[in-house]
Design a protein around this ligand. Structure first.
Ligand SMILES: C[S@@+](CC[C@H](N)C(=O)[O-])C[C@H]1O[C@@H](n2cnc3c(N)ncnc32)[C@H](O)[C@@H]1O
Length: 437
């Protein structure tokens, strides 16, 4: 079937329409391409097709610096120009606010600001993850493919921190060598690198139990010269693995990054934004929205290891910060000590159950993809806060929650600024600013 790709979906595919108007998700097509595509599935509202031939390449189609685009899951939009990627992300936010948030065109025009981004479109990721596989009885490590069951052997990843171009190959090579002589039980391997601090950590995710600690740390230290090698032990069934402990095998036992005039020390299981320079844009947008004063009290929900807590603590009188994940709240406590900040109450627990009982002035929420529990919106509405910054990694749940805030009536939406934290992918962060209606 001949198709013209009209736009990009919130996903890896392009979107086209058949002659009778039915939507087709086109795998391998970018906006502007005219393609020949094979339909692989049909549904009541849309079909799926895979490009068999590009008949007329889009003028937004570019050559990616990686031969695995389209095969590896890391950069599904790697063949699309940066201008087109950013236009598509802004367009997706706008259409999602209309479709799910029921905002009018005029409201969308008034609140959605131009997309912001950091300098690097490649080589920006401070973290990559390698997955193990067995191929003809040979153990190897690679990246998850577009087909998540497929592990792609790569020698380098151009998305990963550009100051460490050989780290992926060196880690994969050293562990594959070891893994072929004995079963290491590796579930996954994380590499975190910082060009700012020169910290390079290798995290080995394994089940609890025996592990050749000395041999693994010696081989990795010789091959990669990391500043830290840790083992993250996990237990529980496959879909709900829980961290049972982290042990340092070599070096510092944690990874350190400089961000927004401060420093954060992270343990391997804790969340940290993968694009440090773009995360600084998030911090700036949050601070601009909240504009906290020296006497203000702030609440930081879903605070992680303190990406927003630390900058807030430097500007406010007091911050109550809530985080459910044990390793992250422990990291926050350590980061507060390192920064010599004693005006923060780090609260371990669920954001709703542990909602701080404070007379707060400003509040930031940065929930996981699922967005906010409706109870969180009611609790926020019942506070005295004047401004809310909502940091979101999913436009759909953001749109739903902004509508819930508006229906509740205490807050109005001032702005929603997309931030391109994940170039070469369809993912997009947004910072929404709400103020009292
Ligand atoms: C998107 S991350 C943001 C972390 C932090 N604000 C940052 O930027 O580094 C979301 C955080 O919410 C935490 N989290 C998930 N569910 C939670 C809950 N119900 N209550 C509190 N925190 C939760 C996660 O552990 C994670 O650290």
């Amino acid at each position: 079937m001949k198709l013209t790709v009209d736009s990009m979906t919130y996903g890896p595919d392009g979107l086209a329409r058949t002659e009778d108007g039915k939507a087709v998700f086109v795998s391998g097509g970018v906006v502007g391409d005219v393609v020949e595509a094979d339909v692989v599935s049909t549904g009541s509202s849309f079909d799926r097709a895979v490009v068999s031939e590009i008949l007329e390449p889009s003028n937004q189609r570019v050559q990616a610096p990686c031969p695995f685009v389209g095969i590896c899951g890391g950069c599904p939009w790697g063949n699309l120009s940066m201008d087109a990627q950013r236009a598509a992300k802004e367009g997706n936010l706008r259409s999602t606010l209309r479709r799910i948030g029921r905002f009018s065109d005029e409201e969308v025009d008034a609140i959605v600001k131009p997309i912001r981004h950091a300098k690097d479109a490649w080589g920006y990721r401070n973290k990559v993850e390698l997955a193990p596989s067995w191929d003809n009885n040979r153990f190897r490590l690679g990246m998850h493919g577009v087909d998540p069951d497929q592990i792609i052997k790569v020698d380098s990843c151009p998305l990963f921190e550009k100051k460490y171009p050989r780290a992926v190959k060196a880690v994969a090579g050293a562990l594959s060598y070891l893994g072929n002589s004995r079963d290491l039980g590796l579930e996954r391997v994380g590499i975190r690198a910082s060009r700012r601090t020169k910290a390079l950590e290798i995290a080995l995710w394994t089940p609890t139990g025996a592990f050749p600690r000395a041999q693994v740390s010696r081989v990795l230290t010789d091959a990669v010269h990391p500043t830290s090698v840790v083992r993250v032990m996990s237990k529980g069934d496959r879909r709900a693995r829980k961290v049972a402990g982290v042990e340092a095998l070599a070096g510092e036992g944690s990874w350190t990054e400089k961000i927004a005039d401060g420093e954060m020390r992270l343990s391997a299981p804790s969340f940290f934004q993968v694009n440090t320079a773009a995360a600084e844009i998030l911090i700036q947008l949050v601070m601009d929205a909240l504009d906290p004063g020296a006497d203000d009290v702030a609440i930081d929900l879903y605070c992680g290891a303190g990406t927003f807590t630390l900058p807030l603590a430097r500007r406010c009188a007091y911050v109550a910060a809530v985080e459910a994940y044990g390793p992250a709240i422990r990291d926050l406590r350590r980061n507060l000590e390192i920064a010599r900040l004693d005006n923060v109450d780090p609260i371990g627990g669920d954001a709703v159950r542990e909602f701080p009982d404070e007379d707060a002035d400003v509040l930031v929420v940065d929930p996981p993809r699922a967005g906010l529990d409706p109870a969180a919106i009611d609790l926020i509405a019942a506070t005295s806060v004047r401004d809310v910054a909502y940091v979101s990694c999913d436009p759909a749940t953001l749109a739903r929650d902004l509508r819930r805030f508006l229906d509740e009536g205490t807050f109005k939406v001032v702005s929603a600024t997309p931030v391109d934290l994940f170039p070469q992918t369809f993912h997009c962060e947004t910072v929404a600013h709400l103020t009292r209606a």
